[in-house]
Design a binder for this molecule. Sequence first.
Ligand code: G3P
Ligand code: CA
Length: 301
Amino acid sequence: LGLLMMSFASHAFDSQGHRGARGLAPENTLAAFERAMAIGVTTLELDVGLTSDGVPVISHDPYLAHDMVRDAKGEWLGTQSPLIRQRSLAELQSFDLGRVREGSTTAKNFPGQQSRDGEKVPTLAALFARVKAAGADQIRFNIETKLNPTKPEETATPQEFVKATLAVIQEAGMAERVTIQSFDWRTLKLVQEQAPGIPTAYLTVKSRNNDSAADPAWTAGMRLADYPTVAHMVKAAGGAVWSPNFASINEAAVKSAQAIGVKVVPWTVNEPADMRRLISWGVDGIISDYPDRLREAMQAV
Ligand code: G3P
Ligand code: CA
């Protein structure tokens, strides 16, 4: 029975709170991660940048989020928000990220967000500490290294990212509870070399005019034309998971990836009808700004 339960657990559906719970609290703050945990996600999805003093902090953009950042006097910084790689952790933590600016795009897109003034940009280490303090021993982390190979001046290098991020993971004893994901497949290659036990998730974005899987700058030189599908590329690269944007896939793509042993965890799914459709196709997990809606959709299917 024990064995059966273990194998069941390893196939459990992976509900991931995107940037914590972006639809419910300011993204990538401890408040957002706490909200996601309270809802009962299996995984916290988050983005990492490196400060000028080499500390991995949780931020989606190479700067502190324009629609959220206020200085110590309460002034909104907007596009004057500092680049993370140019400021020390202490400088970055002088800014408040606890609410979104009224009338901003983020406020319009996510009207239900609950503010919590005083939230600072969290370090990855602080998130691990908070989750441990909460006794949430089952929670996993899907850590995205945020680099843009076409804008290397904006961030640290893949080598710096991987070294600093792995150090924090190992220091916290979290190696068995993390996945590292990236659109920039160079970082995933480094992770596999330096920490072979950590699963890697290969992100792709595809629209009519753009397919990152077809761009060797993003795929660490791999060429889509050499493979039958993107999932075959992911498998050849040593990836455990393929994370495409959800609108770019169909049921056949999901099934054929799984048939070669690649899990499929699409992003970022916020409408219940889309969630139910993807669940009925058998995806291995879903990344959502609304883990509350995802929980309901999982019950409905
Ligand atoms: O996990 C994938 C998803 O987070 C990618 O999109 O831009 O929100 O980081 P983005
Ligand atoms: Ca992300």
